[in-house]
Design a protein around this ligand. Structure first.
Ligand code: UDP
Length: 417
């Protein structure tokens, strides 16, 4: 029921310590020294696709480079589509959707969670870190006498109460509960257990590389068919209702009145195995985009180097938008900002943590406003550059991985003390 992720990537401490101040470096090494000989196991729903997988791909090698033994396991996709359909509903309910989860579905969620818990019990570790609501109950059921941490990476600011009531006893059971944003902390949780970790991107990861725009556009032409010389607007996100791709198409149609040659790319490769709903959203979007030759949808990863394509879209677009309604944080926003792209962000709380309106990007509330800002950025390259430089600085100062690693070390230590 669980698979181990084999991580061969190794990183050298020196490479990331340079992103830290002298004080932070000392603190990091001190905290790491307290954890020598301890084992941490991170568990997530999938090993590929989405922000959690992105973070763990880097976190594990960082921890190992600091001498903290760490492993990562994910749910074997053979657990079945049914389980993922139910957990997808739970995920949506935690983000506030009014979804009906039947008694039978809860029973099935509990049944599979008990099987997964039995596998968790076999893992040799001092700290068990559960990273997704799919695994919430399994982590709760695990008997192993370890310190358990639940990382909630989603926006739980307005949970759908019936689902929350069912899960609350399990969540409360964890030794620590981590949210990405203070606004997501539900009042019924014991405050002493709650901590806030702002997510971050790994500056050493290939995903964060900066590519000259011309090169990126040639790549997108070769592998995606997008014309090289046209204004290009892009949203990079899984096809998910919360990311509101429909709203992006609406703004794009308005932009076309001013820029008839503009093109739109919605890049949302379907690599995650836990999101059967993505196909439904994709089909709806494809129906709306119809045969438009100026809208490019990227969903099926077959034959594509997903990481490289994503990097090229983030570097090659003239305007990056992220129109989410709900977003735990939105690493895609951070990634684009790191590449000096001023992002036009939707109303999601995670996005508001990153974008300062008019300073390093724009916050928009409607398709009309988004269109107006897209037109502004397309017609004002100097402004775009100014905002882009400021976006990069914001990430450098707030959202880089070494700080997140320090947060993790302190957390593990506080559990073990
Ligand atoms: N991503 C990607 N290709 C895609 C869509 C998404 O590589 O076609 C990556 C993206 O670069 C980011 C992660 O998936 O690293 C999405 O994380 P985010 O926090 O933005 O959203 P989540 O999917 O976790 O809701």
């Amino acid at each position: 029921m669980l698979n181990k992720v084999i991580i061969s990537k190794q990183i050298r401490r020196a490479d990331f310590l340079r992103f830290m101040s002298a004080r932070q470096k000392r603190e990091l090494l001190k905290q790491a020294s307290y954890l020598m000989g301890k084992r941490v196991a991170h568990i997530s729903a999938v090993a590929d696709g989405g922000g959690v997988a992105e973070i763990l791909t880097s976190l594990i090698p960082y921890l190992r480079s600091l001498g903290v033994e760490s492993d990562w396991y994910f749910i074997n996709p053979d657990v079945g589509k049914n389980f993922f359909e139910i957990t997808n509903k739970i995920h949506n309910a935690l983000q506030g959707a009014l979804v009906k989860i039947s008694g039978q579905e809860w029973v099935e969620y509990e049944r599979v969670s008990k099987f997964i818990a039995a596998e968790l019990d076999k893992i040799d570790c001092d700290i068990l870190a559960i990273n997704d609501p799919q695994l919430l109950l399994a982590g709760h059921y695990a008997h192993l006498n370890k310190h358990k941490i639940y990382f909630s990476h989603i926006d739980t600011s307005s949970v759908f109460k019936p689902a929350w009531k069912k899960l609350l006893p399990a969540i409360k059971f964890y030794h620590r509960i981590i949210f990405s944003n203070r606004d997501f902390v539900n009042g019924s949780l014991p405050r002493s257990k709650v901590k806030i970790f702002t997510p971050a991107i790994d500056p050493l990861a290939s995903k964060q590389k900066i590519v000259p725009k011309k090169e990126a556009r040639l790549y997108l032409k070769k592998y995606g068919g997008i014309p090289v010389r046209c204004p290009l607007i892009a949203q990079v996100s899984r096809f998910d209702i919360w990311k509101n791709p429909m709203g992006v198409i609406q703004s794009f149609r308005i932009v076309q009145n001013t820029y008839p040659g503009a093109h739109l790319a919605l890049v949302g490769f379907n690599t995650a195995k836990d999101n059967p709903a993505a196909s439904v959203v994709y089909k709806d979007i494809a129906a709306v985009a119809g045969k438009s030759r100026d809208i490019f949808l990227f969903f099926d990863p077959k034959g594509k180097d997903v990481m490289e394509f994503t990097v090229m879209a983030q570097n090659g677009a003239d305007v990056i938008v992220q129109n989410s309604i709900k977003e735990g944080f939105g690493l895609v926003v951070t990634e684009a900002m790191w590449k000096r792209q001023p992002v036009l962000g939707g109303p999601a709380s995670g996005i508001r943590k990153q974008i300062r309106n008019g300073k390093n990007g724009f916050l928009v509330k409607s398709p009309e406003e988004m269109a107006q800002r897209i037109i502004f950025l397309l017609s004002r390259p100097t402004e775009r550059k100014r905002l882009g430089n400021s976006a990069r600085k914001t990430v450098l100062e707030n959202f880089l991985f070494p700080r997140l690693v320090l947060d993790h070390l302190k957390l593990y230590r506080s559990c073990l003390k």
